[in-house]
Design a protein around this ligand. Structure first.
Ligand code: SAH
Length: 327
């Protein structure tokens, strides 16, 4: 019988196979940039604003974590053209492991571009750093813990009668109230790495994802061909995600003395960046697209759609600046 795997070990293996072999974005799930060009345009405006606040440096390192089909970056760069200094300063890096998505990004985006397998590979430089990540942190492996009657348990994936099952392994005594919580050492380590770069070279990190601030328990979910599916079915063929623990990310960033804005609901973040005005302008220019544009606008901002569950968090340096979108 194979050795049991912790939930994060299981997720790491399953996701590696999934992203190696599946197109994912646009096939199994849709993301904000795929819903409307306005999303990437507003992130572009956000980036231009922070670049200006930094004093329009001559060189800027710009990293997108998990660019999917490259749509967000394409829309962002279209807005970037409004400021030739921004485009001239830009050194673009895409952190992507999926060969299928890399090919899509290459076909869509203008060169020069550099791909990295992980953020740790980013070349050393002193130029300011902008990093964006939309629906990237939710794809990072997460462990599940439970404390019951002062005993700590960790969720494992094992086998019983030829079937994969979840089971709890005892991890020793742990005094405290009964609780169920997740942690993602990979997400935490990545944020530490981002923060140590931001401290030394200034810049900002914008993280948009679905997540929570207070303990949420078990949030592991799987999507198979666009529909919810049990996480232990269709392994390597379904997308596995967990909600992002924004409270933890904020705590890590604060421990570096960096500025932290948010998390704030995606709906209010996009509204503060001007989403209503942009959609009105698009509707006025494309009357035949009115209904499609209205639907996209609602989907991105309505509290019952992506407006509240999705959140934006900015980590920035120097902490005296004010990233746009956070009221
Ligand atoms: N940001 C895009 C795609 C989100 S899906 C959008 O909003 O549409 C997650 C993206 O992260 C995909 O591009 C996926 O291939 C990439 N990815 C997932 N796990 C990764 C990892 N561990 N390292 C690098 N890229 C990863």
């Amino acid at each position: 019988m194979p050795e049991p795997l912790s939930q994060s070990q299981f997720m790491t293996m399953a996701l590696r196979e999934y992203y190696r072999t599946h197109e994912s974005v646009g096939q199994d799930f849709t993301t904000a940039p795929e819903i409307s060009q306005v999303f990437g345009e507003l992130i572009g405006a956000w980036s231009l604003d922070y670049f200006t606040q930094l004093g329009c440096p001559e060189a800027i390192t710009f990293v997108e974590l998990g660019p999917g089909q490259g749509t967000l970056m394409a829309d962002l760069l279209r807005v970037g053209r409004l400021d030739p200094n921004f485009l001239k300063a830009l050194n673009l890096y895409l952190v992507e492991t999926s060969p299928i998505l890399k090919a899509k990004q290459k076909a869509l985006l203008p060169s020069p571009l550099t791909w990295l397998e992980s953020f740790n590979e980013l070349p050393k430089s002193s130029s300011p750093l902008l990093i964006i990540a939309n629906e990237f942190f939710d794809a990072l492996p997460t462990n599940l813990w439970e404390r019951k009657d002062n005993v700590l348990f960790e969720r494992y994936v094992g086998e019983e009668s030829g079937q994969l099952i979840f089971h709890n392994q005892e991890r020793g005594m742990d005094k405290g109230p009964d609780a169920l919580w997740e942690d993602s050492p990979v997400a935490n380590a990545l944020l530490h790495c981002i923060c140590s770069q931001l401290v030394s070279r200034s810049g900002a990190f914008l993280c948009i994802d679905y997540g929570y601030e207070e303990g949420q328990g078990d949030t592991l979910q799987a999507l198979y061909q666009g529909a919810p599916s049990p996480p232990l079915h269709h392994i390597g063929k379904s997308d596995l995600t967990c909600h992002v623990n924004f409270k933890k990310l904020g705590e890590i960033a604060r421990s570096y003395g960096l500025g932290v804005a948010g998390p704030c609901p995606q709906g209010s973040f996009l509204k503060a960046l001007g989403i209503d005005v942009r959609f009105e302008a698009l509707k006025a220019k494309n009357p035949s697209q009115h209904a499609v544009l209205e639907a996209a606008h609602i989907r991105l901002t309505h509290p019952l759609q992506m407006g509240t569950l999705f959140k934006a968090l900015a980590v920035f340096s120097p902490p005296t600046l004010t990233p746009a979108g956070f009221l």
